[in-house]
Design a protein around this ligand. Structure first.
Ligand code: GAL
Length: 660
């Protein structure tokens, strides 16, 4: 039977070899069976151009293998050696303000620089040739967090690469002028090389140029990944990954990235001071599953504090276990940490690890070892599906476009609305999948579009077809407004969704900062109001005050066998969104566990139900019969969970949903 892979980043080059022997002994004790090795060791294995020293790496790989620990072998290209930066100063990344990045740290390199790409190819070829057939190597870990520390480079080499990218996208310059709408301000181009990288400039840079710049920059990193992937494939049949930063990297379009990797892996770090940060963790895990289209791997998280937030709060006892099991519940098949042993030197010495500075007589170590034991009991989760009847639309391009300058309100933020809907559904114990607007939506009882400002014709058609075929769609304001070039869909807003929603918008009425609006349903809106004109939809609630008093705030349009709801203001869980979604969920027949406290996270994966108690109180969750997968406790209609505890129930029988 396959197991849940357990481990972390391992940096043995920071330690004398005697420590390695203690490391492997402790890895066995904790049940560690996979470590990421060599992620930042370029300066060690290639001390000078073309000179190699693989002795240490050979020995540690053999030692790990002899101890049953698999290797996720890094290509070290996220930390180019000092000699490369000196020999080729032109590889340094230039940011949008024209500042050139210095060394003394990792990253900060132009993804398009030929000298960088060549040096990467050369070290990767050496590694792949040497270790491609080593039985310890189970996964290739290409680079680290593509896009971190400067996703976009504005140097002249990048600008020329952008010209080539545009030329291959558009073929001729007239097509580009047409798509970008360059008649506006006469910003017409007569040849591709007239186009400038959109760095520091007076406001109003063509939004279509900015969107294509984002697409290009994303593709440049993908090109860097592919160079390495193709070399590795010549020597090794082992799968490859690179660690994503979902959802916290806005610049990388991970739906595109997911097509490149054999295994989707993600890094997630809690924002320690954020209230209900465990809900943001759930969202990250669900979105990672969405880009992966199934199970994935958690490449990094932390056992306790990180070192890079303003105040690095330590995790409370049991919190790491809740975090890890939530990732597992939501589709992770491997749980790894940054890092195995806490560093003594360098920038990350105050970051937690599996083996803290204090060694094994510590709470963190005990929790690490105990989690390792738990995971052995849960192998049946591997490769199994997470049950979700509801989907939320997510699109990086829409995120980019919405947050360009000069929108109707600075309060229009992509994640703000997605998170509002996500949080409300989470608190109602509804697991969601995240899907792209052009994805196959059949099979979902409900699809929510909280912030689909940019919607292509194909996306709009997909949503309409979904509704006509019997689906239920909920759309929030300022969706379906522009196409992929940030050009307004023809006619009145929301052009792409007008017929689906059965309405049009005469005028936007953004709300002043901090102000709110009443609805006649008792709900309270923020951020947005607008003059909605009906064209087939019925009114479910109206604005009771503000510029649109008496006009529709919430509507429903029946179309084909389904219906499409529209919400013309920002409702939050406590001020109306919960009630609205509860109605929609009930009428859609979405199954939800009842009787559980709001802060108990409930997720079904395979035949297991994960119940994670985020409260400081003992709770009892009713309506469940089964066996505890961790300790064999039988449950007869009720599952008791200690404060901050987790129960994983192998379900044998369940009370019928209420009302059936
Ligand atoms: C990640 C990175 C790791 C480590 C970690 C610390 O972004 O991939 O190498 O720096 O952060 O939290």
């Amino acid at each position: 039977m396959r197991t849940i892979r357990y481990g972390g980043d391992y940096n043995p080059e920071q330690w004398p070899e005697e420590v390695w022997h203690e490391d492997v002994r402790l890895m066995r004790e904790a049940g560690v069976d996979l470590v990421s090795l060599g992620v930042f060791n370029w300066g060690i294995v290639e001390p000078a151009p073309g000179e190699y020293d693989f002795g240490g790496l050979d020995r540690i790989i053999d030692l790990l293998h002899a101890n049953g620990v698999g290797v996720d072998l890094g290509t070290p290209t996220a930390s180019p050696p000092a000699w490369l930066r000196r020999a080729h100063p032109e590889i340094r990344l230039v940011d949008s303000d024209g500042r050139t990045m210095s060394g003394g740290t990792r990253h900060g390199v132009c993804p398009s620089a030929p000298a960088f790409r060549e040096a990467c190819a050369s070290i990767v070829e050496r590694l792949a040739a040497r270790y491609g057939a080593h039985p310890a190597v189970e996964l290739w870990h290409i680079h680290n967090e593509f896009g971190w520390g400067g996703a976009e480079c504005y140097c002249p080499v990048s600008e020329r690469a952008f010209h080539r990218w545009l030329e291959s996208e558009y073929g001729d310059i007239d097509r580009l002028n047409e798509a970008w709408g360059t008649a506006f301000w006469g910003l017409v181009y007569r040849s591709f090389d007239q186009i400038e990288a959109p760095g520091a400039a007076p406001p109003g840079v063509n939004p279509a140029l900015q969107l294509d710049w984002r697409r290009f920059s994303n593709d440049e990193h993908i090109a860097g990944y592919r160079i390495q992937r193709e070399i590795i494939a010549r020597y090794s049949e082992v799968p490859a990954t690179t660690n994503f930063m979902v959802p916290n990297c806005k610049e990388m379009d991970y739906f595109r990235w997911a097509r490149e990797v054999d295994v989707v892996s993600n890094n997630h770090y809690l924002v320690a001071e954020r209230p209900e940060n465990h809900i943001e963790l759930s969202m990250s895990a669900d979105l990672t599953r969405g880009v992966a289209g199934g199970p994935w791997m958690l490449m990094e998280h932390s056992t306790s504090a990180v070192n890079w937030q303003p105040r690095n709060l330590a995790k409370r006892p049991g919190e790491m276990r809740r975090n890890s099991l939530a990732h597992l519940a939501r589709g992770a098949d491997g749980l790894l940490f940054f890092q195995w042993r806490a560093s003594r030197t360098g920038a990350e010495k105050f970051h937690s690890a599996m083996v803290p500075h204090g060694g094994t007589d510590t709470r963190v170590w005990r929790e690490v070892a105990s989690l390792g034991r738990d995971l052995k009991q849960l192998s049946e989760a591997v490769d199994s599906e997470v049950a979700a009847e509801v989907a939320i639309l997510w699109d990086w391009e829409s995120w980019w476009a919405l947050e360009l300058e000069w929108r109707p309100s600075v309060d229009l933020r992509f994640r703000e609305r997605v998170e509002a809907y996500y949080v409300s559904l989470w608190k109602q114990h509804v697991t969601v999948d995240f899907v792209h607007p052009e994805a196959d939506l059949r099979g979902y009882k409900l699809v929510v579009a909280p912030s689909s400002y940019l919607l292509t014709d194909a996306g709009a058609k997909n949503l309409r077809g979904y509704v006509e075929d019997g689906g239920r769609l909920v759309v929030s304001y300022f969706s379906g407004i522009v196409d992929e070039y940030d050009v307004v869909h023809p006619g009145a807003h929301p052009g792409a969704l007008r017929e689906t929603l059965g309405l049009w918008i005469e005028e936007f009425h953004p709300v002043a900062e901090g102000a709110s609006l009443a609805l006649d349903s008792g709900a309270v809106g923020r951020i947005w109001s607008e003059h909605v004109r009906l064209e087939g939809a019925e009114v479910l609630a109206a604005f009771a005050d503000g510029p649109d008093a008496g006009r529709p705030a919430l509507t429903r349009n029946r179309l084909g066998r389904g219906d499409a709801w529209y919400v013309a203001t920002a409702l939050d869980d406590a001020t109306g969104l919960r009630n609205l979604l509860a109605d929609v969920l009930d009428s859609s027949g979405v199954h939800r566990p009842t009787g559980a406290p709001e802060q108990v996270e409930i997720v079904d994966r395979g035949g297991l139900r994960f119940l994670i108690n985020h409260t400081g109180e003992y709770v009892a969750v009713p309506g469940l019969w089964g066996i505890d997968a961790l300790d064999g406790t039988p449950y007869d209609g009720e599952v008791p969970i200690a404060a901050g505890g987790v129960a994983v129930v192998r379900i044998t029988e369940e009370a019928p949903p209420q009302g059936t």
